[in-house]
Design a binder for this molecule. Sequence first.
Ligand code: AGP
Length: 613
Amino acid sequence: MCGIVGYIGTGAVADILLNGLKNLEYRGYDSAGLALNDNDKISVYKAEGKLFNLTNIINNKEISKETYKGIGHIRWATHGKPTINNAHPHISNDEKLVLVHNGIIENYQELKEKLEKEGFIFHSSTDTETAVHLIDKEYKICNNLEQAVLKAVKQLKGAFAFCIMHQDEPNKIIAVRNHAPLILGLGDNGNFIASDIPAIIGVAKDVIYLDDKEIAVVEDKNLTIKDFDGIIKIKQKEPLNIEEESISKRGYEHFMLKEISEQPDIIRKLLSINMPDFNQPITFGSCDIYNLIKGIEKIEIIACGTSLHASKVAKSMIERLARIPVEVTPASEYIYKTNLTNEKTLSIGISQSGETADTITAVRQAKEAGAKILTITNRPNSNIVRYSDAIIPLHAGIEVSVAATKSYTAQVMVLSLFAISLAEIKDKITKDYALKLKEELKSLPTKMEEVLNNNTEYKNIASSYLDTKNFIYMARGINLATAYEGALKLKEISYINASGYAAGELKHGPIALLDENMPVLAILVPNTSTYSKVLSNCEEAHARHAPIIAVTSKDAELPTNIFKHIIRLPEISEVLSPILYALPMQMLAYYIASLLGREVDQPRNLAKSVTVE
Ligand code: AGP
């Protein structure tokens, strides 16, 4: 996934574009570039690596105050290594037309071969450069940028969001959206184009969300939106009422720690939105759950990464409480396997960003197979929502850090409410038990705050594992997903090789790995059918000299001699425990990675949302 920006107006264009890219760095950070129309001459500036490399280049340039239009790009490399040549913007051979791109052009090879035969010279190994030369070819025929773009986009297949400028048409930027997010920001001193909201917070007053197969001709005082057939589209602008605070660290060293700390209040917000009154049915905004599950015989949940782990928790909850069969499949597997999805299936797509290509493709396939589609996402204006019959928003606020934290517990919270609501509708749980669960949910925020207040404890424990190269996370039952999530958090920000295992599976092979250099984190929820079994697995691990961290509750009686560290949490029912038990996983990963000096918010090779399959 990449980030693109454009600006045309009377402001300091280079600073505006660089600030926009800074707020999009979570989308990718292996190279960056700007193209500025400087006194009717297009100048392109690029740098490999982090954005500050480009900022340094720009700051050392004399950019005239007459420069009032520009486009920018920050890259997560898909086609072509993160080199200067492959960095965007890409420019036409006559150096008059420049373009930045987010997405993947699927038919770029065949187009590139044709264009090369027609004499166009390529300087990069990107799919994007094909688009530049194709538009330039059309421009040389019709001598009109808008028409050239409309002709060219009809020849492209795949996902593409563009910002395009031409030196001979200095008063406009053309924006194009097709299966990759793109928004327009309207400000007092100009207009903005961006991949996502954070780029325009603090500078734009209103926002317009472009839809697929639309272009926008953006001028400093005006903008026109058309579909790919050139028909004018009337779009509503919405007030941009997101505070700059939402994309500031607010004094925390990293966004990840800030976002971890926001979780109790997000759970409070979800409770007040979806369950303001115990004695009233749980509601989900515009999603009519009664209608949604009418005639449904099976639920399937499709997701990736952390969202997949939330899906696994949901499976345990829904099957245990509502007795409805649930199948959980990684989106990248769902796309290629035989699925038994039909009109009696409720397919739930879970995606924080709503832009994950695998999940969008899988959800689209489920819809084509006749399923009802429910989307659970933190971005109600994202691509995935287009394929949904119903949506449940996470209300978690913008999540900047690449590692998902607050969106995960928000997903599990929404899914807990969903499971309880299904159980009540299907009359599978007693009113008393439903009330007990709801009371426990209400107590969660305070319990979460108690857990998060133990920063020092987590930091001290983390400092014991800075030299470890591997880690095993083990659990049984509903918290197996918590173990998977804990392992993912650790590996994606610290680069330590961590794996989640069903504790009962250890003796079937992984136990061969255990020695004094293989720490094991064990999740033990007391008063459950699996507690004593996990304890036995800890004894087995101890017998192989593995250092063990226990994550358990305050009232758990443990043989303290076999554990190197014991993290004790407030008591909670097992079925609701994943939200609380996720917190030590997040904190441990955070402190190990930050003590190791890792780029916690922007880990190597990663991006916040993977918009390519
Ligand atoms: C989680 O920390 C990772 N950032 C990653 O696994 C992420 O959960 C996954 O890419 C899915 O993203 P989505 O929820 O936006 O679809």
